[in-house]
Design a protein around this ligand. Structure first.
Ligand code: DCP
Ligand code: MG
Length: 348
């Protein structure tokens, strides 16, 4: 049966939250991030995007491109709370919701008689209650719904029907397809493959050779096929934080990122009442080589202090001084903290 799926993504999320709260910011270029010149931008509003500012850009660079930029210090607690409120509003209209990040979710609305009307209603409700605009994509699978929500940002609404699919997809640049990294893009462009219409001529074997397991996924996606369900109750096997930034080998800066990640991961664990036994540090260098290192614990950990301490330890032991472009930490071997406490009490 044909499904109707929507993907919702809040526009310039952190910056919009700040603009709603402080009217002095409205109409001006705004960035949210760390305030020191050495820190990086989390996001910028659409006014600032006109100056080519974007997420992960260092503050000093942003200031030089846009001297009038207003920088607001990020407040994760506030954005998480807002995110929870928005998702719970959405959930009151549709239970089939899969949250995929702090400001994105999929809904399976196959049971709604008027999917377009429903999408507009949601946009209106979110705007009325929170003053925020969202972009929505409507299609018959998750991949195309996400592509559609990205199409007309901000405050966008776009439908991709089965009839529209070939025109939209085949004209797409290969960089728009998830799983095709910069290195593979360069290789493909070298052999004259720039758009999906070129990529589609390759057989599945070729793609699997090039991309591993992901190759089969790419083969299907570029044909508009994606059978993944909207997973309402996803049982998470791991939780983590990772970011791309401007290449650096400044150890103090890298450690300050680990400090931020540890705070975020601890807050996520707290929210879900989880602790964990394995911590993994991932480092991608400027040549795109990825190295990961893990450490396991007998007793589960969950606090910011513990996560930070162990992340730093793994980092100091394994960092090879090469410039990094991405770093992340993740928690796996998750345990439910209530259960853990219970068994712990039972033992003593
Ligand atoms: N974020 C971050 N660091 C990044 C990317 C994003 O801290 N490198 C944060 C800030 C964003 C939020 O996550 O507000 C949501 O990410 P999006 O990619 O959806 O970006 P925005 O919502 O800011 O903008 P858009 O209108 O493009 O969705
Ligand atoms: Mg967004």
């Amino acid at each position: 049966m044909k499904r109707n799926i929507i993907h919702i993504d809040i526009d310039a999320f952190y910056a919009s939250v700040e603009e709603v709260e402080n009217e002095n910011l409205r109409g001006k270029p705004v960035a949210v991030g760390g305030v020191s010149d050495r820190s990086i931008i989390a996001t910028v509003n659409y006014k600032a995007r006109r100056y080519n500012l974007h997420s992960a850009m260092p503050i000093f660079m942003a200031k030089s491109l846009c001297p009038d930029l207003i920088i607001v210090k990020s407040d994760m607690k506030k954005y998480r709370k807002k995110s929870r409120e928005i998702f719970s509003l959405i959930k009151s209209y549709c239970k089939n919701i899969e949250k995929v990040s702090i400001d994105e979710c999929y809904l399976d609305i196959s049971d709604k008689k008027d999917p377009v009307g429903f999408a507009y209603m949601l946009k209106k409700k979110i705007h009325e209650k929170f003053g925020l605009t969202v972009s929505i994509g409507l299609s018959y699978n998750k991949f195309l719904a996400k592509l559609a929500s990205d199409w007309r940002k901000p405050d966008g609404f776009m439908i991709i029907s089965e009839a529209d699919m070939p025109d939209i997809l085949y004209n797409l640049d290969i960089k728009k397809i998830k799983g095709i990294g910069e290195k593979s893009q360069a290789k493909l462009r070298n052999i004259g493959i720039n758009k999906v219409e070129d990529l589609i001529k390759l057989d599945e074997e070729f793609l699997v050779d090039m991309f591993g397991k992901m190759g089969s996924e790419i083969y299907l996606r570029i044909r508009g096929i994606d059978n993944r369900p909207v997973e309402t109750k996803r049982i998470r096997k791991s939780m983590g934080v990772e970011r791309t930034f401007l290449d650096t080998n400044d150890e103090e800066l890298l450690k300050s990122y680990l400090d931020n990640y540890s705070k975020e991961l601890a807050a996520d664990l707290e929210k879900e009442n989880r602790a964990f036994k394995t911590l993994t540090l991932k480092m991608k260098d400027s040549e795109f080589k990825i190295r990961t290192f893990s450490k396991s614990f007998l007793n589960p950990i969950k606090s910011y202090q513990d996560i930070y301490k162990h992340s730093i330890e793994i980092f100091e032991k394994n960092y090879n001084k090469k410039k990094l472009r991405l770093m992340g930490i993740s928690a796996s071997n998750l345990v439910d903290f209530d259960i853990f406490q219970l068994s712990f009490k039972d033992l003593y």
